[in-house]
Write a protein that binds this ligand. Sequence first.
Ligand SMILES: [Cu+2]
Length: 276
Amino acid sequence: MINIFKIISFIFLTSNSVLADQPKNWQLGFQDPASTGMESIVWFHDYMLLPVTTAITVFVLFLILYACVKFRASKNKVASTTSHNATIEVLWTLIPCLILIVLAVPSFKLLYEQDTIPKADITIKATGYQWYWGYEYPDENIGFDSYMVDEKDLKANQPRLLTVDNEIYVPVNKVVKVLITANDVLHAWALPSFGVKRDAIPGRINETWFKAEKTGTFYGQCSELCGIKHAFMPITVNVVTEDEYATWLNDAKQKFALEDINSNIKIAKNQIKKLN
Ligand SMILES: [Cu+2]
């Protein structure tokens, strides 16, 4: 049985006190939005979809109850032979059409916003592997793998199944473009509080973007069933100030430096020249 007290305490305790940047026990709605994109998604859900679906459900329920009572067998010994009513047929076609058109306008606007990537300040490439994420910052020539931290190795305040060894860092209020691909099977890179979810497909690069509006640590998970350890390849993003990002980048350039492919090509070209 559902524990009523837990639901009540959830409603009163978590409504304003918790930064929902990760899933919470007894959570019902979305995580708190941390990007403009997610704010629009939450608005569309809360002020368009929810009222419309609620109204339709209530109306249909009323019609069913009304018909059950009014046309019950005991009061209608002789069944009605009505089989046709042009007015009602036009109405029940037109009204749903209008509702769909009204919903389509903000919906397409939202899709367009998500699909049009503004000029990126930072580009990150995320590659899904069985079962971890590999990240690259192509412009900085750094790359690293990001594995989940086992439960026994967790430090205080690190959430179970969501903490990774190497986290991504991005500066706050900057447009981050994420290139998403996979190296073995389908995965999906998803971060609920940024409103971001894209399939990671081997041999193909998908892209998405977000602009984080508050600093903090945000958690996501692989969202495409990818094998036995699908649930154990979380995504952790640290949104930090620009100074903190610069400091991290400095360290990362030492720690995670990728082999400089360009210089290898240069060496090879020089060798070829020498041979000729
Ligand atoms: Cu996966």
